[in-house]
Design a protein around this ligand. Structure first.
Ligand code: MF3
Ligand code: CO
Length: 248
């Protein structure tokens, strides 16, 4: 079921969105070569708690941490670990979700640590652009399929591929609500977006093929060819005059 948020509910989503953004900004300032992903997780947990909010990932389907930290060929859902030390030149995709006053925010950034190669930098840049292409002409009445179409067109025209095994989603009182928001698809297809819908748009873009493997830890998703991947996600609201980004 797709939920439509009232103006008052949207204000709550703005607050959880702002908090989500703040966590990512803090992690972006904190991330260093030599740090472990577990240390980043602790920074996120402590900050979220200090705001009177709840980390939504922690305990979700048994997930053991507050953030996902996915390095290079890992697409998403990397579990923070004492053993995962961040190295120079890596792409570290951090995904975080919070619940504040009963409302969810969900967002992700791919951080470039130290001296990152030009080809990885381009992947991160194009992945971010995919998100902005997706929302560019989006408004009340737009077909949902336009999101995927625009992400896929931008990614593929840059020689990259779009992960299909994982998708974006509606968000509100639940982290995952209807509709599913694929990063691939056909223009003009799907349900019509409506004012008051809130969705998480999250392109996951691979340098090589779109295929992924699910690792035996039950969470980690990696590219099958083990080439790098990048992730960029924001929670957005459909408004009268377009799209409002709640986590930027
Ligand atoms: N943020 C992810 C999403 O966009 C969910 C992370 S899975 C979790 O759907 F288990 F870590 F919560
Ligand atoms: Co999400």
């Amino acid at each position: 079921m797709i939920t439509i948020k009232t103006d008052a509910e949207l204000n709550c989503m703005r607050e959880s969105g702002r908090l989500t953004k703040n966590v990512l900004e803090l992690l972006g300032k904190s991330i260093r070569v030599g740090m472990t992903t577990k240390e980043l997780d602790k920074i996120a947990f402590d900050y979220i708690k200090s705001c009177g909010a709840t980390p939504s990932f922690l305990g979700y389907g048994g997930y053991p941490a507050s953030i996902c930290a996915s390095i290079d060929e890992m697409v998403v859902h990397g579990i923070p670990s004492d053993e995962t030390i961040i190295k120079d030149g890596q792409l570290v995709s951090i995904d975080v979700g919070v619940i504040y006053n009963g409302w969810h925010g969900d967002a992700a950034r791919t951080f470039m640590v130290g001296n990152v190669s030009e080809e990885k930098k381009r992947l991160v840049k194009v992945t971010e652009e995919c998100f902005f292409k997706a929302i560019e002409h989006l408004s009340d009445g737009s077909p949902l399929g336009n999101i995927g179409y625009n992400v896929q067109t931008h990614a593929e025209s840059n020689g990259y591929s779009v992960v299909r095994a994982l998708v974006g989603h509606g968000i509100g009182r639940e982290m995952h609500e209807d509709p599913s928001v694929p990063n691939y698809g056909k223009k003009g297809t799907g349900i019509r977006l409506k004012k008051g819908m809130t969705i998480a748009i999250e392109p996951m873009i691979n340098m090589g093929s779109y295929q992924v493997d699910f690792l035996r830890d039950g969470w980690s998703v990696v590219t099958r060819d083990r080439l790098p991947s990048a992730h960029y996600e924001n929670t957005v609201a459909i408004t009268d005059n377009g799209v409002e980004i709640l986590t930027l």
